[in-house]
Design a protein around this ligand. Sequence first.
Ligand SMILES: Nc1ncnc2c1ncn2[C@@H]1O[C@H](COP(=O)(O)OP(=O)(O)OP(=O)(O)O)[C@@H](O)[C@H]1O
Ligand SMILES: [Mg+2]
Length: 378
Amino acid sequence: MSSFDRGLSAADAGPGRYTAPDWDDAVDPRAGDEERVVESALRPNSLADFIGQPKVARQLDLVLEGAKRRGRPPDHVLLSGPPGLGKTSLALIIGSELGTAVKITSGPAIERSGDLAAMLSNLSPGDVLFIDEIHRIARPAEELLYMAMEDFRVDVVVGKGPGATAIPLEINPFTLVGATTRAGLLTGPLRDRFGFVGQMEFYDTTDLQKVIARSADLLGVELTADGSAEIAGRSRGTPRIANRLLRRVRDFAEVKADGRVTLEVARAALALYDVDDLGLDRLDRSVLDALVTKFGGGPVGVATLAVAVGEEPHTVEEVCEPFLVRAGLLARTPRGRVATEAAFRHLGHAVPRGGVPLSGGTGDRPSDGSGTSTLFDA
Ligand SMILES: Nc1ncnc2c1ncn2[C@@H]1O[C@H](COP(=O)(O)OP(=O)(O)OP(=O)(O)O)[C@@H](O)[C@H]1O
Ligand SMILES: [Mg+2]
Protein backbone atom coordinates (compact mmCIF):
# COMPACT_ATOMS: atom_id res chain seq x y z
CA MET A 1 0.00 0.00 0.00
CA SER A 2 1.49 3.33 -0.97
CA SER A 3 1.66 6.09 1.59
CA PHE A 4 -0.93 7.82 -0.51
CA ASP A 5 -3.44 5.04 -0.34
CA ARG A 6 -5.78 6.74 1.99
CA GLY A 7 -7.96 3.68 2.19
CA LEU A 8 -11.69 3.60 2.33
CA SER A 9 -13.97 6.52 2.79
CA ALA A 10 -16.01 6.48 5.97
CA ALA A 11 -19.00 5.32 3.97
CA ASP A 12 -17.13 2.29 2.67
CA ALA A 13 -15.67 1.23 5.96
CA GLY A 14 -18.28 -1.44 6.56
CA PRO A 15 -19.98 -2.05 9.86
CA GLY A 16 -18.48 -0.70 13.04
CA ARG A 17 -16.65 2.49 13.64
CA TYR A 18 -14.54 4.17 11.02
CA THR A 19 -11.01 3.34 12.08
CA ALA A 20 -7.73 5.13 11.98
CA PRO A 21 -6.26 6.04 8.66
CA ASP A 22 -2.63 5.20 9.32
CA TRP A 23 -1.33 7.22 6.42
CA ASP A 24 0.62 10.33 7.04
CA ASP A 25 -1.84 12.80 5.67
CA ALA A 26 -1.90 16.18 7.28
CA VAL A 27 -4.94 17.46 5.42
CA ASP A 28 -7.39 14.57 5.46
CA PRO A 29 -10.55 15.96 7.05
CA ARG A 30 -11.38 12.64 8.71
CA ALA A 31 -9.95 11.48 12.01
CA GLY A 32 -8.83 8.08 13.19
CA ASP A 33 -9.48 6.74 16.68
CA GLU A 34 -6.19 8.01 18.06
CA GLU A 35 -6.78 11.51 16.83
CA ARG A 36 -10.29 11.52 18.27
CA VAL A 37 -8.75 11.03 21.70
CA VAL A 38 -6.35 13.93 21.21
CA GLU A 39 -9.22 16.04 19.91
CA SER A 40 -11.40 15.60 22.93
CA ALA A 41 -9.02 17.83 24.90
CA LEU A 42 -9.54 20.63 22.39
CA ARG A 43 -13.31 20.49 22.14
CA PRO A 44 -15.26 23.61 23.00
CA ASN A 45 -17.57 22.95 25.96
CA SER A 46 -20.22 25.61 25.56
CA LEU A 47 -21.87 27.54 22.77
CA ALA A 48 -19.95 30.63 23.88
CA ASP A 49 -16.75 28.68 23.42
CA PHE A 50 -17.78 27.39 19.99
CA ILE A 51 -16.16 29.47 17.25
CA GLY A 52 -17.78 30.37 13.94
CA GLN A 53 -20.86 28.77 12.32
CA PRO A 54 -22.81 31.92 13.27
CA LYS A 55 -26.05 30.74 11.69
CA VAL A 56 -26.20 27.28 13.24
CA ALA A 57 -24.90 28.52 16.60
CA ARG A 58 -27.43 31.34 16.88
CA GLN A 59 -30.38 29.20 15.82
CA LEU A 60 -29.36 26.42 18.16
CA ASP A 61 -29.00 28.90 20.99
CA LEU A 62 -32.65 29.90 20.50
CA VAL A 63 -33.82 26.30 20.31
CA LEU A 64 -32.02 25.43 23.56
CA GLU A 65 -33.03 28.61 25.37
CA GLY A 66 -36.70 28.10 24.44
CA ALA A 67 -36.61 24.52 25.65
CA LYS A 68 -34.98 25.51 28.93
CA ARG A 69 -37.68 28.10 29.57
CA ARG A 70 -40.45 25.63 28.87
CA GLY A 71 -38.71 23.02 30.98
CA ARG A 72 -39.07 20.49 28.16
CA PRO A 73 -36.48 18.73 26.00
CA PRO A 74 -35.82 20.61 22.75
CA ASP A 75 -36.72 19.35 19.30
CA HIS A 76 -34.58 16.64 17.79
CA VAL A 77 -31.49 18.09 16.11
CA LEU A 78 -29.78 16.98 12.92
CA LEU A 79 -26.27 18.29 12.25
CA SER A 80 -25.02 17.79 8.75
CA GLY A 81 -21.83 18.71 6.98
CA PRO A 82 -18.35 17.53 5.98
CA PRO A 83 -15.99 15.86 8.48
CA GLY A 84 -14.13 17.92 11.04
CA LEU A 85 -16.39 20.96 11.14
CA GLY A 86 -17.67 20.48 14.69
CA LYS A 87 -20.78 18.26 14.59
CA THR A 88 -19.71 16.03 17.48
CA SER A 89 -18.53 19.08 19.41
CA LEU A 90 -21.95 20.70 19.00
CA ALA A 91 -23.77 17.51 19.98
CA LEU A 92 -21.84 17.40 23.25
CA ILE A 93 -22.39 21.13 23.76
CA ILE A 94 -26.16 20.60 23.46
CA GLY A 95 -25.94 18.23 26.42
CA SER A 96 -23.81 20.56 28.49
CA GLU A 97 -25.98 23.59 27.72
CA LEU A 98 -29.06 21.63 28.80
CA GLY A 99 -27.26 20.17 31.79
CA THR A 100 -28.16 16.64 30.74
CA ALA A 101 -26.28 13.46 30.03
CA VAL A 102 -25.30 12.62 26.45
CA LYS A 103 -25.45 8.95 25.48
CA ILE A 104 -23.34 8.31 22.41
CA THR A 105 -23.70 5.72 19.69
CA SER A 106 -23.41 5.58 15.91
CA GLY A 107 -25.48 4.33 13.00
CA PRO A 108 -23.20 1.40 12.12
CA ALA A 109 -22.87 0.39 15.79
CA ILE A 110 -26.60 -0.30 16.06
CA GLU A 111 -26.73 -3.72 14.51
CA ARG A 112 -30.10 -4.88 15.77
CA SER A 113 -33.15 -2.77 16.51
CA GLY A 114 -33.31 -4.49 19.91
CA ASP A 115 -30.01 -2.77 20.82
CA LEU A 116 -31.54 0.58 20.03
CA ALA A 117 -34.74 -0.24 21.94
CA ALA A 118 -32.66 -1.09 24.98
CA MET A 119 -30.69 2.11 24.67
CA LEU A 120 -33.85 4.20 24.30
CA SER A 121 -35.58 2.63 27.26
CA ASN A 122 -32.53 3.32 29.43
CA LEU A 123 -32.61 7.07 28.81
CA SER A 124 -33.39 9.33 31.76
CA PRO A 125 -35.87 12.17 31.23
CA GLY A 126 -34.32 14.91 29.08
CA ASP A 127 -31.19 12.95 28.10
CA VAL A 128 -29.53 13.59 24.78
CA LEU A 129 -29.03 10.55 22.56
CA PHE A 130 -26.29 11.28 20.03
CA ILE A 131 -26.27 9.05 16.96
CA ASP A 132 -23.20 9.74 14.84
CA GLU A 133 -23.22 8.73 11.16
CA ILE A 134 -26.96 8.40 11.42
CA HIS A 135 -27.26 7.84 7.65
CA ARG A 136 -25.73 4.40 8.20
CA ILE A 137 -28.39 3.16 10.60
CA ALA A 138 -30.04 -0.13 9.60
CA ARG A 139 -33.61 0.05 8.33
CA PRO A 140 -35.38 -1.80 11.19
CA ALA A 141 -33.62 0.39 13.77
CA GLU A 142 -34.55 3.47 11.79
CA GLU A 143 -38.21 2.48 11.82
CA LEU A 144 -38.08 1.96 15.56
CA LEU A 145 -36.61 5.43 15.85
CA TYR A 146 -39.60 7.05 14.11
CA MET A 147 -42.01 6.17 16.89
CA ALA A 148 -39.47 6.92 19.59
CA MET A 149 -38.84 10.40 18.18
CA GLU A 150 -42.51 11.17 17.68
CA ASP A 151 -44.34 9.57 20.58
CA PHE A 152 -41.56 8.56 22.98
CA ARG A 153 -42.59 4.97 22.58
CA VAL A 154 -40.90 1.83 21.28
CA ASP A 155 -42.48 -1.42 20.18
CA VAL A 156 -40.76 -4.36 21.76
CA VAL A 157 -41.37 -7.49 19.71
CA VAL A 158 -41.91 -10.64 21.72
CA GLY A 159 -41.75 -14.02 20.07
CA LYS A 160 -41.04 -14.96 16.47
CA GLY A 161 -42.92 -15.63 13.27
CA PRO A 162 -46.72 -15.32 13.00
CA GLY A 163 -47.13 -15.52 16.79
CA ALA A 164 -44.89 -12.50 17.43
CA THR A 165 -46.52 -9.57 19.18
CA ALA A 166 -45.39 -6.00 19.55
CA ILE A 167 -45.67 -4.59 23.03
CA PRO A 168 -45.54 -0.80 23.14
CA LEU A 169 -43.28 0.55 25.83
CA GLU A 170 -43.18 4.15 27.04
CA ILE A 171 -39.77 5.79 27.11
CA ASN A 172 -38.64 9.03 28.74
CA PRO A 173 -38.79 12.21 26.67
CA PHE A 174 -35.35 12.75 25.17
CA THR A 175 -33.61 14.72 22.46
CA LEU A 176 -32.08 12.90 19.55
CA VAL A 177 -29.05 14.56 18.03
CA GLY A 178 -28.03 12.99 14.75
CA ALA A 179 -24.85 13.81 12.85
CA THR A 180 -24.21 13.02 9.22
CA THR A 181 -21.65 13.78 6.55
CA ARG A 182 -24.09 12.55 3.90
CA ALA A 183 -27.45 14.19 4.53
CA GLY A 184 -28.54 13.13 1.05
CA LEU A 185 -28.51 9.49 2.14
CA LEU A 186 -31.04 10.10 4.91
CA THR A 187 -34.54 8.86 4.19
CA GLY A 188 -37.31 11.45 4.01
CA PRO A 189 -39.28 10.13 6.99
CA LEU A 190 -36.20 10.26 9.23
CA ARG A 191 -35.20 13.70 8.08
CA ASP A 192 -38.72 15.03 8.61
CA ARG A 193 -38.69 14.04 12.25
CA PHE A 194 -35.93 16.46 13.13
CA GLY A 195 -37.28 19.79 14.32
CA PHE A 196 -33.98 21.53 13.73
CA VAL A 197 -31.45 20.90 10.99
CA GLY A 198 -28.09 22.61 11.28
CA GLN A 199 -26.07 22.69 8.08
CA MET A 200 -22.40 23.17 8.96
CA GLU A 201 -20.32 25.35 6.63
CA PHE A 202 -16.59 25.55 6.02
CA TYR A 203 -14.84 28.13 8.22
CA ASP A 204 -13.26 31.30 6.98
CA THR A 205 -9.64 32.09 7.79
CA THR A 206 -10.54 34.54 10.55
CA ASP A 207 -12.54 31.91 12.44
CA LEU A 208 -9.87 29.28 11.85
CA GLN A 209 -7.32 31.66 13.35
CA LYS A 210 -9.52 31.89 16.44
CA VAL A 211 -9.73 28.10 16.60
CA ILE A 212 -5.95 27.86 16.34
CA ALA A 213 -5.36 30.56 18.95
CA ARG A 214 -7.73 28.83 21.35
CA SER A 215 -6.07 25.44 20.83
CA ALA A 216 -2.59 26.95 21.19
CA ASP A 217 -3.71 28.36 24.50
CA LEU A 218 -4.96 24.98 25.68
CA LEU A 219 -1.78 23.27 24.49
CA GLY A 220 0.43 25.93 26.04
CA VAL A 221 1.95 26.89 22.69
CA GLU A 222 3.22 30.39 22.08
CA LEU A 223 1.91 31.57 18.74
CA THR A 224 2.23 34.79 16.75
CA ALA A 225 -0.68 36.25 14.77
CA ASP A 226 1.05 35.73 11.42
CA GLY A 227 1.97 32.20 12.46
CA SER A 228 -1.66 31.34 13.12
CA ALA A 229 -2.75 33.09 9.90
CA GLU A 230 -0.32 30.92 7.95
CA ILE A 231 -1.70 27.72 9.47
CA ALA A 232 -5.30 28.87 9.04
CA GLY A 233 -4.77 29.59 5.35
CA ARG A 234 -3.68 26.00 4.73
CA SER A 235 -6.39 24.31 6.78
CA ARG A 236 -9.05 23.90 4.06
CA GLY A 237 -11.75 25.62 6.07
CA THR A 238 -11.71 22.77 8.59
CA PRO A 239 -10.98 23.13 12.36
CA ARG A 240 -9.83 19.52 12.62
CA ILE A 241 -7.12 20.15 10.00
CA ALA A 242 -6.22 23.47 11.66
CA ASN A 243 -5.69 21.73 15.00
CA ARG A 244 -3.70 18.95 13.38
CA LEU A 245 -1.42 21.35 11.52
CA LEU A 246 -0.96 23.32 14.72
CA ARG A 247 0.20 20.18 16.54
CA ARG A 248 2.67 19.37 13.77
CA VAL A 249 4.00 22.90 13.61
CA ARG A 250 4.34 22.88 17.39
CA ASP A 251 6.47 19.72 17.20
CA PHE A 252 8.65 21.35 14.58
CA ALA A 253 8.93 24.54 16.66
CA GLU A 254 10.03 22.56 19.71
CA VAL A 255 12.64 20.51 17.90
CA LYS A 256 13.98 22.95 15.32
CA ALA A 257 13.35 26.34 16.92
CA ASP A 258 12.72 27.88 20.32
CA GLY A 259 9.19 26.49 20.62
CA ARG A 260 7.45 29.63 19.42
CA VAL A 261 5.20 29.29 16.40
CA THR A 262 6.10 32.24 14.17
CA LEU A 263 5.43 32.81 10.48
CA GLU A 264 8.86 31.44 9.53
CA VAL A 265 8.46 28.36 11.72
CA ALA A 266 4.96 27.68 10.37
CA ARG A 267 6.16 28.01 6.77
CA ALA A 268 9.18 25.75 7.27
CA ALA A 269 7.16 23.12 9.13
CA LEU A 270 4.33 23.03 6.61
CA ALA A 271 6.81 22.80 3.75
CA LEU A 272 8.35 19.81 5.51
CA TYR A 273 4.92 18.20 5.90
CA ASP A 274 4.18 18.85 2.23
CA VAL A 275 1.20 21.11 2.77
CA ASP A 276 1.36 24.00 0.33
CA ASP A 277 -0.04 27.49 0.72
CA LEU A 278 -3.50 26.51 -0.50
CA GLY A 279 -3.57 23.45 1.75
CA LEU A 280 -2.85 20.93 -1.03
CA ASP A 281 -0.77 17.91 -0.14
CA ARG A 282 1.51 15.87 -2.35
CA LEU A 283 -1.21 13.70 -3.85
CA ASP A 284 -3.46 16.68 -4.58
CA ARG A 285 -0.58 18.35 -6.36
CA SER A 286 0.40 15.28 -8.32
CA VAL A 287 -3.17 14.87 -9.55
CA LEU A 288 -3.23 18.49 -10.62
CA ASP A 289 0.25 18.25 -12.11
CA ALA A 290 -0.65 15.16 -14.15
CA LEU A 291 -3.78 16.87 -15.39
CA VAL A 292 -1.83 19.95 -16.45
CA THR A 293 1.39 18.45 -17.80
CA LYS A 294 0.39 15.00 -19.07
CA PHE A 295 -3.08 15.81 -20.36
CA GLY A 296 -2.67 19.46 -21.31
CA GLY A 297 -5.26 20.49 -18.72
CA GLY A 298 -7.80 17.86 -19.77
CA PRO A 299 -10.48 16.85 -20.27
CA VAL A 300 -9.47 13.43 -19.08
CA GLY A 301 -11.40 10.65 -17.35
CA VAL A 302 -10.85 10.10 -13.67
CA ALA A 303 -9.70 6.48 -14.20
CA THR A 304 -6.98 7.61 -16.59
CA LEU A 305 -5.95 10.38 -14.27
CA ALA A 306 -5.77 7.94 -11.37
CA VAL A 307 -3.52 5.57 -13.33
CA ALA A 308 -1.24 8.50 -14.17
CA VAL A 309 -0.65 9.18 -10.47
CA GLY A 310 -0.63 5.50 -9.43
CA GLU A 311 -3.76 5.73 -7.33
CA GLU A 312 -7.18 4.14 -7.12
CA PRO A 313 -9.85 6.13 -8.97
CA HIS A 314 -12.02 6.29 -5.86
CA THR A 315 -9.16 7.83 -3.86
CA VAL A 316 -8.69 10.50 -6.50
CA GLU A 317 -12.42 11.03 -6.77
CA GLU A 318 -13.35 11.02 -3.11
CA VAL A 319 -10.23 12.19 -1.32
CA CYS A 320 -8.57 14.69 -3.67
CA GLU A 321 -11.21 16.03 -5.96
CA PRO A 322 -13.74 17.49 -3.52
CA PHE A 323 -11.18 19.97 -2.25
CA LEU A 324 -9.62 20.64 -5.67
CA VAL A 325 -13.10 21.47 -6.97
CA ARG A 326 -13.91 23.61 -3.93
CA ALA A 327 -10.61 25.46 -4.31
CA GLY A 328 -11.50 26.22 -7.94
CA LEU A 329 -8.54 24.26 -9.31
CA LEU A 330 -10.32 21.40 -11.01
CA ALA A 331 -13.67 21.04 -12.71
CA ARG A 332 -15.69 17.93 -13.39
CA THR A 333 -17.22 18.21 -16.82
CA PRO A 334 -19.28 15.75 -18.85
CA ARG A 335 -16.16 15.06 -20.91
CA GLY A 336 -13.84 14.51 -17.97
CA ARG A 337 -11.64 16.38 -15.53
CA VAL A 338 -10.35 19.78 -16.49
CA ALA A 339 -7.75 22.01 -14.84
CA THR A 340 -8.78 25.63 -14.34
CA GLU A 341 -6.57 28.61 -15.07
CA ALA A 342 -5.98 28.93 -11.34
CA ALA A 343 -4.51 25.40 -11.39
CA PHE A 344 -2.00 26.32 -14.10
CA ARG A 345 -1.02 29.40 -12.14
CA HIS A 346 -0.82 27.55 -8.82
CA LEU A 347 1.63 25.05 -10.31
CA GLY A 348 3.66 27.83 -11.88
CA HIS A 349 2.72 26.95 -15.46
CA ALA A 350 1.72 29.41 -18.14
CA VAL A 351 -2.00 29.37 -18.86
CA PRO A 352 -2.41 27.95 -22.40
CA ARG A 353 -3.12 30.51 -25.07
CA GLY A 354 -6.81 30.52 -25.85
CA GLY A 355 -7.60 29.56 -22.27
CA VAL A 356 -8.32 26.22 -20.66
CA PRO A 357 -10.64 23.66 -22.23
CA LEU A 358 -13.46 24.40 -19.83
CA SER A 359 -16.53 23.84 -21.93
CA GLY A 360 -19.95 22.69 -20.97
CA GLY A 361 -18.69 21.79 -17.51
CA THR A 362 -20.81 21.72 -14.44
CA GLY A 363 -17.78 22.08 -12.22
CA ASP A 364 -19.55 21.10 -9.06
CA ARG A 365 -20.90 17.66 -9.73
CA PRO A 366 -21.26 16.19 -6.24
CA SER A 367 -18.89 13.40 -5.38
CA ASP A 368 -21.37 11.15 -3.66
CA GLY A 369 -19.75 7.93 -4.75
CA SER A 370 -22.56 7.24 -7.19
CA GLY A 371 -19.98 7.19 -9.93
CA THR A 372 -21.90 9.55 -12.20
CA SER A 373 -18.72 11.25 -13.26
CA THR A 374 -16.88 8.01 -13.98
CA LEU A 375 -19.50 7.39 -16.65
CA PHE A 376 -17.59 9.72 -18.87
CA ASP A 377 -14.34 7.89 -18.56
CA ALA A 378 -12.53 6.95 -21.71
N1 LIG B 1 -16.31 25.73 16.21
C1 LIG B 1 -15.24 25.17 16.75
N2 LIG B 1 -14.51 25.82 17.66
C2 LIG B 1 -13.40 25.24 18.18
N3 LIG B 1 -12.94 24.02 17.84
C3 LIG B 1 -13.63 23.33 16.94
C4 LIG B 1 -14.82 23.86 16.36
N4 LIG B 1 -15.31 22.94 15.52
C5 LIG B 1 -14.49 21.89 15.55
N5 LIG B 1 -13.47 22.12 16.40
C6 LIG B 1 -12.36 21.21 16.68
O1 LIG B 1 -12.21 20.33 15.58
C7 LIG B 1 -12.17 18.98 16.01
C8 LIG B 1 -13.13 18.18 15.18
O2 LIG B 1 -14.45 18.56 15.45
P1 LIG B 1 -15.64 17.48 15.56
O3 LIG B 1 -15.11 16.18 16.02
O4 LIG B 1 -16.71 18.09 16.35
O5 LIG B 1 -16.03 17.38 14.02
P2 LIG B 1 -17.15 16.48 13.34
O6 LIG B 1 -17.94 17.40 12.45
O7 LIG B 1 -17.90 15.72 14.36
O8 LIG B 1 -16.29 15.50 12.43
P3 LIG B 1 -16.68 14.00 11.91
O9 LIG B 1 -17.65 14.18 10.78
O10 LIG B 1 -15.38 13.43 11.42
O11 LIG B 1 -17.23 13.25 13.07
C9 LIG B 1 -12.53 18.98 17.49
O12 LIG B 1 -11.49 18.42 18.22
C10 LIG B 1 -12.64 20.40 17.91
O13 LIG B 1 -11.65 20.68 18.84
MG1 LIG C 1 -18.05 13.69 14.71
